[in-house]
Structures are given as C-alpha cells and as structure tokens.
Design a protein around this ligand. Structure first.
Ligand code: PGA
Length: 248
C-alpha cells in the first residue's frame, strides 16, 4: 500500500552552500530510486522556491513547515499559505511540537491554520502528541478532537495526522510497535465518533519520532502507520533515501 514519507528539515542547512550540497546529494540518491510511495520534503520556508524548482522533475513533493492563518495582510514575519502554494508546494506541517513549545501555538491556532490550508488546497499534516497535560492520551484526544469537530467529512480526506510522541523526537528512542498501533487506533476512534467508521479507517495517520531505515518497515507494516514524518534522518540524503528504499 502506498505510504507517505515526509522529511522535515527544520531550521537546518543554514547557508546556501549547505543547501546546495544537500540538494545535489539528494538528487543523486533519488536518481535511481524506484518507489510506489509518496516522498515529500519540507525545507525552511526561504528555500521553498529553490526546492520546488530543483525537484520539479523528480518524484519529490515539497511542503512547508508552517504557515499563517490568513492569506495576506499586516502580519509581520508570517508566511501566507497562498505564497506557499504559488511557490509550488503541496503540503504544510502544522502544530509540530517544536512550534507548540517555542511559539506557544494552541490547538485553536492550529485549527485556524488547517482551515486556511484546506481553502488554499494545500494538504495539512497535523502533528499531535505534544503533552498539554500529564496524560498523553488526553492531550492527543484534545488535539485531534478540535480538528474532527470543526471540519467536514470531505475535509478528512484532504488532511493527514502525524502522531509524534514528544519524547521520541530526536531522541533515538521509539515507542513499541504496539504502542504506536494503539495510538493510531485511538486517533481513528476519535475520527469515527464524529465522521463514522469508514472515514476513520481511511484518514491518513503518520508516525514521527526517531524514524530511520531500520524501523520504518515495523512502523508502517506492523504498527499500520500510513507513513512517516522524519526529522534527523532526512538531513542525510543517503539516510532519507534508505528509508524510502526499505519500504516495499
Ligand atoms: P526526528 O524528528 O525524526 O528527528 O525524531 C521527527 C520530527 O520532529 O518530526
């Protein structure tokens, strides 16, 4: 089954020469890669145009790491989803735990971003898992509920959830296969309560947090994730391509 493999490059490749080296290596790695899966990369916003141009003839989709909830106006320093779209990107990560932590983004902010993204026909990848209470399930439930209750059944087809336990991000540690599967089923049960079983079975749910080539098959096949959100390993073109190669 087709999976979605998304690389989140975060605030890296700080110089243009680092960016150019990365793109050159990635092009080489992906030149002979045959995969039925969907590959996407989310570079820093200022590099979006460069990435969409460089990878336009390759099976690599481009996304942004965040956006604002309005299309234009006096919002200094923010980026319009319309700009992201016109640069050729196709998806946007929202609600990453690092944005919830360092930019104090709330579930309401994230729901507003999802609304504008759907209007702009960009696919939101909604990260859930950041702990707002002592209880992870309680946090995930609130983060998912605000989305499922504010959006239509049709919208559910055009968005993706990414379950990312905050402690697994960048730590080299991952939950067990059973734990990932339990959370994925938990998210599906929340979707089901509002939109029914069929929609819940079809909504795409990724896993993110220390994904590498060695664990991607376990995550996607045995824990039934619809794909992965990859941070650190996507910074190495070789490791990122290995992840895609591992998934049969
Ligand atoms: P990681 O990051 O793969 O480095 O754990 C995942 C993420 O932050 O999305």
């Amino acid at each position: 089954m087709q999976k979605l493999i998304v690389g989140n490059l975060k605030m890296n490749m700080e110089s243009v020469s680092q960016r150019d080296t990365y793109c050159k290596e990635l092009k080489e790695e992906f030149a002979d890669l045959k995969t039925e899966h969907v590959i996407a990369l989310c570079p820093p916003t200022v590099y979006l145009e460069h990435f969409t141009r460089i990878f336009s003839k390759m099976p690599v989709n481009i996304g942004a790491q965040d956006c604002f909830w309005e299309l234009y106006g006096s919002y200094t320093g923010n980026t319009s989803p319309k700009t992201i779209k016109s640069l050729g990107a196709e998806m946007v990560i929202v609600g990453h735990s690092e944005r919830r932590k360092y930019n104090h983004e709330t579930n309401e902010d994230i729901a507003q971003k999802v609304a504008i993204l759907l209007r702009t026909e960009l696919m939101p990848i909604i990260c859930v898992g950041y702990m707002e209470s002592d209880d992870e399930m309680d946090s995930v439930r609130k983060q998912v509920e605000i989305i499922v209750q504010n959006f239509t059944t049709d919208d559910m087809e055009n968005l993706v959830f990414a379950y990312e336990p905050v402690w697994a991000i960048g730590s080299g540690k991952t939950p067990t296969t059973d734990e990932i599967h339990t959370m994925i089923m938990f998210i599906r049960s929340i979707v089901s309560a509002t939109h029914g079983k069929e929609v819940a079975e079809n909504v795409a749910i990724l896993y993110g947090g220390s994904v590498v080539a060695e664990n991607v098959t376990e995550v996607c096949t045995n824990a039934y994730a619809d794909g992965v959100l990859v941070g650190r390993a996507s910074l190495s073109p070789h490791k990122f391509a290995q992840i895609a190669r591992m998934l049969k």
